[in-house]
Structure formats: structure tokens, C-alpha cells
Design a protein around this ligand. Sequence first.
Ligand code: SF4
Ligand code: SF4
Length: 145
Amino acid sequence: MEATTHVTRETLKAGEVLCSYCTARCCRYFAMNIDKPTTWEQFDNMRWYMMHGPFSIFVDGDSWYLLIPGDCQHLQADHRCGTYHTRPQICRDYTTDACEYDNDGVYDQYFETPDQLWEYAHAILPAKPRRAPGDPVSLPVLQMA
Ligand code: SF4
Ligand code: SF4
């Protein structure tokens, strides 16, 4: 059987497009930049976000992101865009220069579950203050950076 050669940016031939060798990794999720949590309340809010779906949080340098998996509704079975000529601007602006084509999925930090995030909060924050009976409970508001 002939071995499959993995095409890289370096081995891409003139006139070829990297996307032709990709399973449209960039169309299968979106990530939102979120404020770096520094308090119990912020960690607790993030933990709550994560309880609403298979959401994860990753940290790249000093930037925190909420990762929301999900295929775009226009993604076709052949991994091509089904609305190419009317695709959103964010898709038009995206390039293969630093895309996730060969991303190994390794981040500085990666929290896959709310419990992992909560465990991290316990490791880095001072002891959690107790909530006194009758203290007001505020609902979290998602803050985008
Ligand atoms: S931009 Fe990158 S991740 Fe997106 S389809 Fe093209 S090669 Fe794949
Ligand atoms: S609109 Fe097209 S390019 Fe944009 S995410 Fe959806 S399938 Fe991908």
C-alpha cells in the first residue's frame, strides 16, 4: 500500500491550497476571548459557563478563551464551505498563515471540565470565603474581552 504523505505548509506545491488537504478544522468550533479569572466569583462564573455544554477553556500565554465546539451549519460533507460567496467576514479574513491545520491541540493550560477548572481555582486562590446566610446571590454575566 502506498504511504500517505502528510502535506505541510513547506511541502505545499505552487498553486495548491492548504485547505484542500484539511478537514476544515477551523469551521468546527469557535473560541471567545474571555477575561482572565482572578477571583472566586469569576472562576465560579466560568465553571457555570462550562456546565452548559461540552465547552472547554484554554489558555494561550496570558489570554484565556472559551472554546465552543460545533460544526458550522454550512460545512459540507467534503469539508468545503456551502456558502462560500456569502460567508461571514470573519471567514473571509481568516488565512492559512497561522491556522490550526497542523495545530497539535497543546495549550499552556487546558480545562476540559468544570471540575478541572474548580480544582485549579482551589490551587491558586486564597481560601474560599464562606457565603453568609442571606447574602445576595448575583447571576453571572458573560464578559467578552
Ligand atoms: S484555514 Fe486552515 S484550518 Fe481552515 S480549512 Fe484551511 S487549512 Fe484547514
Ligand atoms: S461559513 Fe463557510 S467558511 Fe465560514 S465557518 Fe461556515 S463553512 Fe466555514
